[in-house]
Design a protein around this ligand. Structure first.
Ligand SMILES: NC(=O)c1ccc[n+]([C@@H]2O[C@H](COP(=O)([O-])OP(=O)(O)OC[C@H]3O[C@@H](n4cnc5c(N)ncnc54)[C@H](O)[C@@H]3O)[C@@H](O)[C@H]2O)c1
Length: 450
């Protein structure tokens, strides 16, 4: 990778990309400055797109409401396995909505152009493949697949389909992630050598102990369909409404949360992914019968490529965190660091200068070892890039990119190949944790190396 000089960065800093403009105001005697990020209006046609939702829970509802904020989007049908969700869908989006508990009824409809898939993770692959074969465009929630073994089949189905498929790690469509990508390319932090990210939570809902509705039973839940592609078990409301805690349906902390950090990191660095994955963790507090840890640490080796130097990544998730703070994602380079959020990037640049220390020089001459200059560091200067208050957010932009690609026959960044490369190292954390060993991954060919 070409070395970027400080001068090169200074020349470029503040230049806008196609979609970002910055206005700078400096304060604190050039120690800290603030720049505002703005989405420049993109000319988007409002040609009508009819959508359907499959999996109308928390995220499916949020996805649909976000999609409907875009011009020309009409919701035609909703599918869910719990009757309460279908009733609530009609209340929210209109009594004339077509509702069903069989996603194939949705896929048969000719009037539907695109589907949002927001079921638990164990259904993503099969519904995606069936929807692609039925000629639908897809917005599928992360992680794209439930296991690494499922990835290639879905990528192949998408390649054959010619349809737009967007995976739902919305953060990478944000102004914050886009700015971080530009800054890294401009050499703002020098050569990347390390990245870290974490999620910290400390509440029952944050730790996946969701409300179980009073009417939950086999009369209101289509349990047979829910477990049709996994282990057969008697009805269990916990396994249906708190699915994240069980490996038949969920993908643990890494599949649920690390995957967002991989998506953002790979977008910012143009990386294909790590070649070594390791994870450790434990169940420390939420001992409610769950099969997954509530504290998880992951360590990853990123090999040098044409896009970036070799670097290391450290990720952690803690659902028993008394601070309950969340710092998201930090990238560290030879000349500084960036704290990257969806609405903000805080860039810290270190300045070093040569000491030219005469005492050290004399000592070196005396011992005949030669003089090695010890650089001194000045306190870092800080530049904040912040989205304007009217910014509509990452989620809105992610759907905007999806609809634009459908209308223009374009492409999206987070397609199945990108989605699989973000999901795989996250899912391999589970394998590493359970097997108590490192996993070697070939990010280019998307294969585990045994
Ligand atoms: N992008 C994000 O920030 C984000 C945030 C939260 C969740 N998610 C993802 O969204 C998905 C849904 O998560 P959630 O929190 O909304 O869960 P949820 O339990 O609130 O919703 C899931 C819904 O799917 C329904 N369902 C289950 N199997 C189905 C099937 N075969 N066909 C149709 N409906 C089915 C359930 O009845 C439920 O209403 C997960 O993959 C999760 O990882 C993404």
């Amino acid at each position: 990778m070409a070395k970027r000089s400080r001068r090169q960065f200074i020349r470029k800093i503040g230049l806008s990309t196609a979609v970002i403009s910055t206005v700078s105001s400096t304060f604190g005697a050039d120690k800290r400055s603030i720049n505002f990020l703005r989405r420049i209006k993109v000319n988007n046609t409002s040609e009508e797109i009819n959508i359907a939702l499959i999996g109308a829970g928390g995220m499916g509802t949020e996805d649909t409401n976000t999609a409907l904020r875009h011009k020309g989007i009409k919701l035609k049908a909703v599918c869910d396995l719990y009757k309460g969700r279908l009733q609530s869908a009609k209340q929210k989006w209109g009594e004339d909505l077509f509702t069903t508990d069989d996603y194939k009824d949705v896929l048969k409809r000719k009037d539907i152009d695109a589907v949002i898939i927001a079921t638990p993770d164990h259904w993503h692959k099969q519904i995606s493949i069936d929807a692609l074969n039925a000629g639908k465009h897809i917005y599928c929630e992360k992680p794209m697949v439930h296991s690494v073994a499922e990835g290639v089949e879905l990528v192949e189905a998408w390649r054959k389909s010619g349809k737009i498929y967007q995976v739902g790690s919305q953060g990478l469509s944000s102004l914050g992630n886009e700015k971080a990508k530009t800054l890294l390319a401009e050499g703002a932090i020098g050569n990347l050598n390390y990245a870290e990210g974490f999620w910290a939570r400390h509440s029952p809902t944050g730790a996946w102990q969701y409300h179980i509705p009073g009417d939950a039973s086999q009369k209101t839940v289509n349990w047979k369909k829910y477990i049709a592609n996994t282990t057969k078990r008697p009805f269990d409301a916990m396994r249906f409404f708190r699915w994240r805690n069980y490996t038949d349906y969920g993908t643990g902390m890494s599949g649920d949360l690390f995957v967002h950090l991989f998506s953002s990191l790979h977008f910012i660095t143009n990386s294909l992914g790590p070649n070594q994955v390791s994870a450790m963790g434990g169940l420390r507090y939420w001992k409610d019968g769950r099969e997954v840890p509530d504290v998880l640490l992951g360590m990853f080796q990123y090999p040098e490529t044409d896009a970036h130097p070799g670097f290391n990544l450290s990720l952690r998730c803690n659902f028993v965190d008394g601070t309950s703070g969340s710092t998201y994602l930090k990238l560290v380079g030879s000349e500084g660091s960036m704290d990257v959020k969806w609405r903000e990037v805080v860039l810290k640049r270190n300045k070093t200068f040569s000491t030219g220390d005469p005492f050290a020089q004399a000592k070196a001459a005396e011992s005949g070892t030669g003089y090695a200059d010890r650089k001194k560091m000045l306190p870092p200067e800080e530049i904040v890039y912040k989205a304007e208050t009217d910014y509509k957010g990452a989620h809105y932009d992610h759907f905007g990119n999806f609809f634009r690609a459908i209308r223009t026959g374009g492409t999206v960044v987070e397609d199945p190949i990108f989605g699989f490369r973000a999901a795989a190292p996250a899912l391999l954390c589970n394998d590493s944790y359970h097997k108590n060993s490192f996993i070697n991954w070939d990010p280019h060919n998307m294969k585990v190396i045994n």
